[in-house]
Design a protein around this ligand. Structure first.
Ligand code: ADP
Ligand code: MG
Length: 682
């Protein structure tokens, strides 16, 4: 496909196009209008109504410059039916000269009521020299950037439409079977719809031409994911066969029996680990469904086969908690656990690295510090990544580099997430992963009681907390979220802690927040876990994974500021033990529409999947995509949720196509993904 240079575009313009992510002719072809302007008809001035956007053909009567209150160029224009004013606030000297009496203009703008009668402010206009025919098609308005005019952008796109190969990539028989119009016709139509085209269908993107483009895009994504998947099967990984004795021993030690769902996902993981190519499995399970023990069993399998296992968590609090729990499980089996985080003292860190490199460390638990250089594993067989959507691109890259160093192939990967991914998303963005779902909570869990309380009733909440704590229970008090500033967040946490300590002189209180030194953080968490702290004031650092079963009440201040996933995660910290869990969502009225919707959802639903589905409907897919891995093409046109039917067709079509004609499928992929920037690039 032609480059921008080959299209005859100047370097200056090309630079601006690149800012828009447009690097070649096909990118320009797919740079579709935001909306259209209808210049196919001239409206007489007399027929205009206020608020209408219309095209006029007029003659300048006179013009003047005003200097007060602001420098303004004002021109009176007329047609045979009436007159109005055009007003410009920022203008060039050359424009002033253009508005001489008798000049004929074609003007496009919105009619407003001004101080001196009907006017258009900053209309687009063009001087008419000869008779100029009206355009036959709607005028596209494109997303653009500073210094790139619509006219220039249109010219570039026209050029691309002329020189780019717009033939169909889809086999003709399928295209007809699926009832899709030709690709060429679709892009031509979307760039210049005929005068009578349905504005609504174009604006809502429900027009058949839009359908075709969305389908093509979804199809490209599916092909990419499937090829990815196939490629992974061609990589080598160590086969990890378990020694059943140590596993049974571990299971016997547990104070509970695995749920049916835990057993099922464990079988799925076992089967993958026994294969000679790397597992990439996403283990989903709602908060409290018991993913940790599954992870420990998988690690044991790697260790039994003579390899190392690593478990990585997004925060120190969580990593440390995993360390404690898993160490407790594995120590009786004679397996030592090594701990690596950024906050280890240099000497300890060097010692840990040494053990990792020699293979003496069989299980390594920590934060992302454990995949950072210079930690070199001797034989890494399995990596478990908890709350994997919390890790960024950099860390995923580092993990990949680590894998390459391993030499004997890639380690298996088990990614865990308590953020349930709605089905449409797992069909689209997560299609290259295998999925296991723990869809059952351990028996005997009582559903958490959620209360919505205006903050004017704070005194009642306080009484409630006091009662619970004096009876031997424990509580969390979650500080308001201040997203804009870390400093303010810290201040808020400290202030909240002070006021809480004053309100509860009779309770042992503690404070944990993100800026605390790791050692202090873990000391506070330890005291809370031991029951020494009765009431823990916390920021959202406790959002993920923290497991203190005796804590049964959580108060969330300014719950209206938090997102749904966050509220669900926070709430999951209580109701983990035998006592009834309570979550008190305190809000500050009046609530915005959005906050009201969110609180209603969290109040009415306990099921993480349902909450995630509603969240997706409210916010779109952005939140989930953190969990994605490298090379995932992001969708620009299609929306897996709204275009579910097209997605199902694309899933099927991609499978058929790759099976019957891989090269054809690759051609389609190449057309769609060539040089696109909308990739996660790790
Ligand atoms: P999550 O999936 O949120 O990471 P955890 O692994 O932290 O959940 O488990 C939550 C709690 O449930 C822990 O205290 C754990 O010991 C307990 N647990 C896990 N599996 C079971 C089970 N099958 N029966 C009873 N309790 C269980
Ligand atoms: Mg967990």
């Amino acid at each position: 496909m032609p480059s921008l240079e080959e299209l005859g575009i100047t370097p200056a313009t090309a630079g601006r196009l690149q800012k828009l992510g447009l690097h070649n002719a096909f990118d320009l072809v797919l740079h579709l209008p935001l909306r259209y302007e209808d210049e196919t008809r001239i409206t007489p001035i007399r027929d205009l109504f206020f608020g209408q956007t219309a095209c006029l053909e007029v003659e300048v009567v006179d013009s003047e410059m005003l200097f007060r209150p602001k420098k303004t160029l004002r021109a009176r224009v007329r047609d045979s039916s009436g007159s109005l004013l055009l007003r410009f606030l920022n203008f060039y000297g050359s424009q002033v000269r253009q508005f001489t009496a008798g000049t004929r203009l074609r003007v496009f703008g919105e009619l407003r009521q001004g101080h001196a009668g009907p006017e258009m402010v900053h209309p687009r206009y063009r001087i008419l020299r000869d008779e100029e025919p009206l355009p036959q098609t709607l005028t596209p308005v494109y997303p653009t950037t500073a210094g790139l005019s619509q006219a220039t952008l249109r010219r570039c796109i026209e050029q691309a439409l002329r020189s780019e190969d717009l033939s169909d990539t889809l086999p003709e028989s399928w295209r007809i079977r699926l009832g899709l119009p030709l690709f060429r016709d679709c892009v031509m139509l979307l760039h210049h719809p005929a005068a009578g085209a349905s504005h609504r269908e174009l604006d809502d993107r429900t027009h058949p031409a839009w359908h075709r483009l969305k389908f093509d895009e979804l199809l490209a994504q599916q092909i990419s994911m499937r090829l990815h998947y196939r490629e992974r099967l061609s990589y080598k990984a160590p086969r990890l066969k378990p020694s059943t004795t140590r596993r049974s021993k571990l299971l016997e030690q547990l104070p509970f029996r695995l749920t049916t769902a835990q057993e099922r996902v464990l079988r799925e993981i076992d089967a993958d680990l026994g294969k000679a190519h790397p597992m990439h499995r996403l283990l989903q399970g709602d908060v409290g469904s018991g993913k940790t023990v599954v992870a420990a069993l998988a690690c044991l399998q790697a260790i039994d086969a003579g390899y190392q296992a690593a478990l990585m968590a997004p925060t120190e609090i969580l990593a440390e908690q995993h360390f404690r729990k898993i160490e407790q499980l594995l120590q009786p089996l004679g397996i030592p656990t090594t701990w690596i985080t950024g906050s280890l003292r240099r000497k300890d860190r060097l010692a840990a690295q040494e053990q990792v490199a020699s293979g003496a460390a069989q299980l390594v638990i920590g934060t992302h510090a454990l995949i950072q250089d210079p930690v070199a594993f001797k034989a890494l067989g399995l990596v478990v990544i908890d709350e994997q959507h919390r890790f960024g691109v950099e860390q995923r890259l580092a993990l990949r580099r680590k894998a390459e160093v391993a030499g004997f192939g890639q380690p298996h990967q088990l990614m865990m997430s308590a953020t349930p991914i709605p089905r449409t998303l797992s069909m689209s963005y997560f299609a290259d992963l295998d999925l296991s779902v723990i869809d059952e909570l351990p028996a005997g869990r009582k559903p958490i009681v959620t209360k919505l309380v205006a903050d004017s009733r704070r005194a009642e909440v306080i009484a409630r907390i006091r009662q619970t704590c004096l009876q031997g229970g424990q509580s969390y008090w979650v500080c308001p979220l201040i997203e804009e500033s870390e400093t303010l967040q810290l201040q808020t946490a400290v202030d909240t802690f002070e006021s809480i300590s004053q309100e509860f002189p009779d309770l042992r209180t503690g404070l944990v927040h993100g800026r605390l030194a790791p050692a202090e953080k873990s000391a506070v968490m330890e005291r809370f876990a031991q029951g020494d702290i009765q009431l823990l004031v916390a920021t959202t650092v406790i959002e993920v994974g923290v497991d203190v079963p005796n804590a049964s009440i959580m108060v969330i201040e300014h719950a209206e500021r938090m997102g749904l996933a966050q509220l669900h995660q926070l709430r999951g910290r209580v109701g983990r033990g035998a006592t009834q869990g309570f979550c008190i969502l305190m809000y500050h009225p009046p609530l915005s529409e959005l906050a009201r919707t969110r609180l209603k959802v969290i109040y009415e639903h306990a099921d993480g999947f349902e909450i995630a589905r509603q969240d997706l409907a409210i916010r779109g897919p952005g939140e989930y995509l953190g969990a994605r891995q490298s090379g995932t093409p992001l969708l620009r046109f299609a929306d897996p949720e709204q275009d579910g039917a097209l997605l199902e067709q694309a899933v099927q079509a991609a499978a058929d196509w790759i099976a019957s004609d891989t090269e054809g499928a690759r051609r389609h992929l190449k057309r769609w993904l060539w040089s696109r920037q909308e990739f996660l690039t790790a």
